[in-house]
Ligand binder design. Structure first.
Ligand code: ZN
Ligand code: ZN
Length: 425
């Protein structure tokens, strides 16, 4: 704030020689809001002297408004997220009610088949109702949003005009920040530089995007989304920002939303490898393993050495009980990055399913050497020991895994099984 007190602004009245001393905060005032002592002498703002403040107060005011508007944006974003969540629950409900495989049908008893049939015969009616209702609600919602946009009256403002030299300064700073981000993995330092670039040009899209991307790399996914959204306000079709948003949503375990944004990136650039991979991985996390493999393959067509896609394919094959194939694809990922713990875990777990315990243990050890706190490797080491009836040892690793993620039900169950086995010995 001290810096602000030194700031000197000339009075906007061209006939005055003095600097601005005060600011008028009266709601209905129509005069120049910044004014000097000479202005006071000619009677400006005298009718509402209770709303006059010294110049430094202006800077407190703008930072307060910035914070309040950020808070508002966060709150309304959360409201939209709630709508999105409900919407995805609805979609999930439609899927589980009306979509059934031949095999699932054959597994039902006659009463269940009857009930499924009578529900599905009424599908058309349900379809009409839901479509009409949603169309009406969305139209009303859009109309209201458009009205609010109009009230913002953005076209009347010209404070967005940025001087050429400020644009150049922001470009230079961005280049410095990008090197820190890309070459040196120094994300915090990079963010500081991007902030400086944005002080010169608050709409510098690449700085907005790369700040989001750096936040994502730091695991600050919520903030990353806020900044990716700011970049998207400059250009709705900025592929990298769409991808950063998709990736961050995946980091927050919001897989359905992640796919929506990956699809938007793919509409702009259908061969964007990262977006293809993000979509594949989100599908895998939703348990749609066959679909996940289809999208991982698309990513691998663009870049056959894309490590995350190789891993997604391997892990999906493992979940489909295709252990030998899973090992082949995990090995391909490990050729690209020998320290990829998730791939080591996938390979180790597949070997375990194939009862090749010695090899499995070796691979898992490798993973734990790289990252002693790798959750999946810890729990699978437990299972591997458990399979070999080394119950006490297994217990140690179940506990280590549960220390990292105490809510993992499957590992909790395994631990209980293990305790029972020890009691019955
Ligand atoms: Zn004046
Ligand atoms: Zn006034």
């Amino acid at each position: 704030m001290n810096q602000c007190e030194d700031i000197i602004v000339k009075c906007p009245n061209p006939e005055h020689t003095k600097n601005v001393k005060q600011v008028c905060f009266d709601e209905s005032c129509k005069e120049q809001r910044l004014y000097c002592h000479e202005c006071i002498k000619i009677g400006m703002h005298v009718t509402h002297h209770q709303h006059q403040e010294e110049l430094p107060f202006l800077f407190e005011h703008i930072s307060r408004i910035e914070k309040e508007s950020d808070d508002l944006i966060n709150r309304i974003n959360k409201q939209m997220d709630l709508i999105y969540n409900d919407f995805f629950l609805l979609i999930g409900g439609i899927r589980s009610k009306y979509q059934i495989s031949k095999q699932q049908l054959l597994n039902l008893n006659f009463q269940q088949i009857n009930s499924f049939l009578s529900q599905s015969i009424h599908f058309k009616q349900f379809e009409l109702t839901i479509e009409k209702l949603l169309q009406e609600l969305i139209k009303e919602f859009q109309d209201q949003i458009k009205k609010l946009q109009k009230d913002l009256n953005l076209f009347a403002l010209d404070y967005d005009q940025i001087s050429k030299s400020n644009i150049e300064k922001s470009e230079e700073l961005y280049e410095i920040g990008y090197k820190l981000y890309w070459n040196d993995d120094k994300y915090e330092e990079a963010i500081q530089i991007f902030d400086q670039a944005l002080d010169f040009n608050s709409k510098h899209q690449l700085s907005l995007w790369c700040k989001a991307e750096s936040l994502k790399m730091l695991g600050q996914y919520h903030d990353a989304i806020v900044w990716a959204d700011k970049a998207l306000q400059v250009d709705l079709k900025h592929c990298s920002s769409l991808r950063t948003k998709a990736d961050s949503l995946r980091g927050l375990n919001q897989y359905n939303e992640s796919i929506v944004w990956a699809d938007k990136a793919l509409q702009v650039d259908p061969k964007n490898c990262s977006s293809l991979s993000t979509k594949a991985e989100s599908l895998r996390m939703l348990g749609q393993y066959n679909e996940a493999i289809i999208w991982a393959d698309k990513a691998l067509q663009v870049d056959p050495k894309h490590c995350n896609s190789l891993f997604t394919k391997a892990a999906s094959l493992r979940m489909l009980d295709k252990y030998n194939e899973a090992i082949i694809w995990a090995d391909k990922a490990l050729q690209v990055d020998p320290k990829h713990c998730n791939s080591l875990f996938t390979k180790g777990d597949s070997l375990r399913y194939l009862k090749k315990f010695k090899e499995a243990m070796e691979v898992i050890e490798q993973s734990l050497k790289i990252n002693p706190n790798h959750f999946d490797s810890l729990r699978i080491k437990g299972e591997c020991l458990h399979d070999q009836k080394q119950y006490q040892q297994a217990l140690i690793f179940y506990d280590k895994a549960l220390e990292i993620n105490s809510n993992h039900q499957c590992t909790q169950n395994k631990k209980n099984e293990c305790l029972k086995a020890i009691q019955n010995k």
